[in-house]
Design a protein around this ligand. Sequence first.
Ligand SMILES: Nc1nc2c(c(=O)[nH]1)N[C@H]1C(S)=C(S)[C@@H](COP(=O)(O)OP(=O)(O)OC[C@H]3O[C@@H](n4cnc5c(=O)[nH]c(N)nc54)[C@H](O)[C@@H]3O)O[C@H]1N2
Ligand SMILES: Nc1nc2c(c(=O)[nH]1)N[C@H]1C(S)=C(S)[C@@H](COP(=O)(O)OP(=O)(O)OC[C@H]3O[C@@H](n4cnc5c(=O)[nH]c(N)nc54)[C@H](O)[C@@H]3O)O[C@H]1N2
Ligand code: SF4
Ligand SMILES: [Mo]
Length: 755
Amino acid sequence: MDEEKKLLITRRPEYAAGMKAVVISMKNIFARMPKSKSFKVLNKLNKKEGLDCPGCAWPDPEHRSKLGEYCENGVKAIAEEAMDARATPDFFAKYSVEELKTKSDYWLGQQGRLTHPMILYPNTTHYEEITWAMANKLIGANLKALDSPNNAAFYTSGRTSNEAAFLYQLFVRMYGTNNLPDCSNMCHESTGVALSKTVGIGKGSVTLDDLYKSDLILIFGQNPATNHPRMLSSLEKAKANGAKVVSINPMKEIGLVKFKNPQTIKGIIGGGTSISDLYLQVHINEDVALLKAVMIKLYERAKTNPLILDEDFIANKTAGYEEFKADLDKQDLTTLVKRTGLLESEIDTFADLLAEHKNVITCWGMGLTQHVNGVDNIQEVVNLLLMKGSIGKPGAGTCPVRGHSNVQGDRTMGIAERPSKELLNKISENFGFTPPQEDGYSVVHAIKAMHEEKVKVFLGMGGNFLSAAPDTNYTAEALSKCNLTAHISTKLNRSHLTHGKTALILPSMGRTDRYMKNGKSQFVSVENSMGVVHTTQGLLQPPSEFVESEPVIVANIAKATLDQDKVDWDFLIEDYANIRDLIEKTIAGFENYNERLKKPLGFELPNGARTGNFTTPNKKANFTVNKVSENNCEEGEYLMMTTRSHDQFNTTIYGLDDRYRGVFNGRMVVFMNEDDVKSMGLQKEDLITLYNNYDNIERVVEDFAVVPYDIPKGCLATYFPEANPLVPLGLQAHSSHTPSSKSVKVKIRKSKAIS
Ligand SMILES: Nc1nc2c(c(=O)[nH]1)N[C@H]1C(S)=C(S)[C@@H](COP(=O)(O)OP(=O)(O)OC[C@H]3O[C@@H](n4cnc5c(=O)[nH]c(N)nc54)[C@H](O)[C@@H]3O)O[C@H]1N2
Ligand SMILES: Nc1nc2c(c(=O)[nH]1)N[C@H]1C(S)=C(S)[C@@H](COP(=O)(O)OP(=O)(O)OC[C@H]3O[C@@H](n4cnc5c(=O)[nH]c(N)nc54)[C@H](O)[C@@H]3O)O[C@H]1N2
Ligand code: SF4
Ligand SMILES: [Mo]
């Protein structure tokens, strides 16, 4: 990949995937590792008892394709982790931290796997090698020196296994804090909050089988062709069974239009499968307005055909219906329709589809969660499902599509800054200490606390906190104020370069690495987006003898920090089955954990909403009253979303193309409606500056090239993390505190010509 190549903006392709996806994925992996090694891993990828893909959390089907049950982006995730390149101590001796800061995220990633624990001492310029023993001692000493355990924050990113996550939260709580901010806070937290309140479980209710049985699938704010590519195969199967699909998304995402499945003859030589029967290009953050409008129209249709609604379900299984209905009756349809930016006839077609079909599934991604009213968005989706009685029965329900491959499992294991009383009681019962009871810091709270110098030690279990977080400049200041920042990482990233007074990089094994203990190869377990827990086993030689597995790293930090004898950390890491025995005792739903993991497909966790047993306090599914968004842009203001390109996994940049949107060799772009481009006197590829002014602070990013695109007027799209400096920390969802990175008001001006 050549970073010097000129930006190229072309027409979008007509479909997603096809043979091109296969060719590109193979090119990508062969550029990073030998063919023999590539095939060795790919042969095991997503096989029963094999290696779980480190990419997204989309579940594996029961019957796996002989051609390989993985996608282009799964291959890229493997290649990025298992690549042959190495960032050794020599590399760190060659480049100062200041020099590394000038490099792109893509370049940093291409330097390869980390091989040794490294330290940056105060007031020095280069990372140097350190032993594990010294590194652990330093972390322990820094943690012990704090006035209160609440002066430390312990971040987690969602690739961490169940075993490592369980040990990590146990260590953190024994140390004495619930400061466990998590990538979930920036991701599906709004989902967790909304679903817990309305249906009693913060996870989705459907299985893959439900998708195949559904008659109508609604996909809100999600781009599966890039972020959950195998979801397209599941949608193809659902469509073959007769399901209709409606996509609700401001941007025209090509994978939601047409898919060519490279695993079928039809996909290779045929015309492919049309995915969406209806594509609603709603204005950014007007999903509540759209849902209200379509629900009003459903009631109109129900006057002549009451069977459209499930009155029995509403009467027997739900609460809050009167308030919900009374509020809906007060809404003005014309105003709602106007807010959506859609034609009323499009909303009529949507209402007809909803009226004609009984079993509805709603899928959603970051397009619903990352708004100030993110929780309202999801609660309103639930209202629609409840009207239709479409939850708790086959072929219907909620399907939030999770991001990281084990983000859901990490939460189940107790990575939570607001833990349930049930979890805390179990910990106290099993481990003989009283865990902290007060809420800890979420991501945005942790950033503020670091900035205010209330948090002085930051430990990251995976992830790239600086680049993932909002308000990049403020977050950088916050991290710089810490005494110690330490990251357990597989690859070099920007969070290692904006650091506390002392900084540590602790090299970790990833999914693909084989972990041997006492001559036995250990496996770990993970939970997918549909609540199925199963094993994953690495098979490659780790990058160096100094790279440790995550549970071992946690156990050794715990030993260096805690003066206790309640947990025998060495025994736990002797055999990971010992950790699973403790999980079984502590976390509901994990009875016979070790035994049940022997089943090739793993096992399903209990899910009340799936069976119609709502575990809310009133034992009902709850209707709610939700407000439409409060985004009213003034003249010259746009609403900007930050989204993913096809060549990235969050802050890891695999390449510089976004081929499904026709953009090549560049990421500093802004997608804009063609009329807006014209009315601003701009042209394709003009460089513009984006800026805003929240809380009297001007936030600015410069030199983004204009890409005219099929997106509603008044809406802009940029890539994450390049546009994160524009997302104010204070702009966050009510109740979930998720940064509002999909609706940021910005203004634009032409950048000064570079002479
Ligand atoms: N290859 C790859 N796979 C990934 C990731 C990755 O970066 N790369 N990231 C992983 C992670 S952690 C996550 S959380 C998921 C994310 O997966 P997605 O949820 O698909 O994430 P985004 O790319 O942020 O895109 C969200 C979609 O929401 C739309 N959208 C934006 N604003 C609105 C709105 O107001 N309303 C509606 N209806 N739609 C809106 C955008 O146009 C876009 O299509 O993917 C996971 N999988
Ligand atoms: N503006 C904006 N901001 C966003 C988003 C957005 O849509 N827009 N999306 C948000 C979302 S949904 C999420 S989930 C967050 C993601 O936030 P994070 O989870 O913090 O970010 P990642 O980029 O996934 O983390 C990548 C790093 O994880 C490390 N890593 C990878 N695999 C492993 C492993 O197996 N073990 C260990 N120990 N380390 C590993 C590598 O060092 C790599 O550099 O970003 C959020 N930020
Ligand atoms: S859909 Fe997700 S989990 Fe499956 S192979 Fe692709 S990236 Fe991996
Ligand atoms: Mo995410």
